[in-house]
Design a protein around this ligand. Sequence first.
Ligand code: CFM
Length: 539
Amino acid sequence: MSIDPRVLKEEILQIYPKKLRQKRSESIVINEHREDGTVPEIKANVRSNPGIITQRGCTYAGCKGVVIGPSRDILSLVHGPIGCSFYAWLTRRNQTRPESLEAQNFINYCLSTDMQEENIVFGGEKKLKEAVREAFHLFHPKAIAIFSTCPVGLIGDDVHAVAREMKAELGINIFGFSCEGYRGVSQSAGHHIANNGLFKHIIGNDETEHSEKFKINLLGEYNIGGDGFVLEDILTRCGVKQISTFSGNSTYATMANSHTADLNLVMCHRSINYVAEMMEKRFGIPWMKVNFIGATATAKSLRRIGEYFEDDGLKARIEEVIAEEMAKVEAVQAVVKSRCQGKTAMLFVGGSRAHHYQQLFTEIGMKTVVAGYEFGHRDDYEGRKVLPGLKVDADSKNIEELDVVPDPERYRARRTPEQIAKLEAMSEMEFRDYVGMMPEMDNDAMVIDDISHYETERILEAYRPDVFCAGIKEKFGVQKMGIPCKQLHSYDYGGPYAGFAGAINFFNDIDRLVNMKIWRYATPPWQPPTQQPEQVAAD
Ligand code: CFM
């Protein structure tokens, strides 16, 4: 199959009106590793065009659903009409494991102020206060987070004033988020707003010191399908103390205490890089990007932790864990690779998985021909080196940038600039950096930001990949075209896919999917039904 992606791109763009064609042409790029080390520029984190059928979600989804929601003992209260609250009700597979049967866990609850017309007309603050009191008396949580849906911003309810008043009245931590759905161009704005809230209202509230030697936080790991459990197991076996995870399987207390860690590991750069940056500035904790998706990536990330702490005992334990786990992975990998080698994949997921999962496919000999994020920014595509040149547009200006300075009492640089420089020179380790997706993709791979449904159909028709990875909204449309769709948000009820054990699960699941013959019997819409028998026979 030889496809010229440049020709395909032009063909795809033909259908659009002139203005839209120009805009989309900047968000569909053909990857190229240039001599000066750069990749082409991509237009990202800009408004979707109405009617294009985007995969994106809203700002409220990013704040409540993604970043804060997975923390089990912060009671999430949605201020808005009940329709918005339906989507607050564990539609994401962020798992949690309470310490005991009695321990607080509000994840299964869906609390809403259920705004009615009267509240929209006369204001909803009174109803919100009553809801906060009711929630407090029912559940006695340590903290209550209030999330604003679109109408709250439109009618001007002040959730922050209500939160302050209720905090004083009830004596627990209560804070609000101005995360109205329209606040940004996607859920990415909600991540930023949530990060600011974590930083202002939670991080640093608990000074308990842990005696362990190697203390880290894992940022941007949400325990989808149990990924976080796998990572906790690996890190514990290596002798690394995980103070907190943001925010899979987390509690209020672990996040409040997270500033006592000595290193921040960032899994999902898009959703949590703000917290990493702010913690470094205020508390002196360095951060580095890791990737625990893929066995070799996991091993590499673990070794970096060993190098950071410069401890021979830790390094030896890490090597033991890697050796033990790799033996299991390699046994499965060899079989699956022999069956999947040369097959192709496409990945269209949020803001980090479309990159991370390419590693897993590479490990079984599969190539990613087209990929893109729903709401990634240019740095997630091209690497953080583009950050200084990024223009702040009106939509980004909408989101508060906290002015963070070193904490006069609690700032403690965990490593001096010289030590950081030495560590970077000694190994491949880079601090405060993310290389991005495109430098790690092949030349001529297609990269599409915020893909539209029409574009999805066209690339499927052209490439006929062996698997398309996306979400529930795309799944069945894609499968009707005779191409299996793997959900990479929810894992299709499967997983975990992180770490070594996760890699084994992924290899097996993909093997079953791409080698299943049933897909050849579906007639894609672009193929007349009469051609079907030949199609099957030719395969
Ligand atoms: Fe980060 Fe995520 Fe993702 Fe994301 Fe998400 Fe998700 Fe995602 Mo769905 S935080 S950016 S907002 S890795 S819910 S766990 S799978 S779109 S690629």
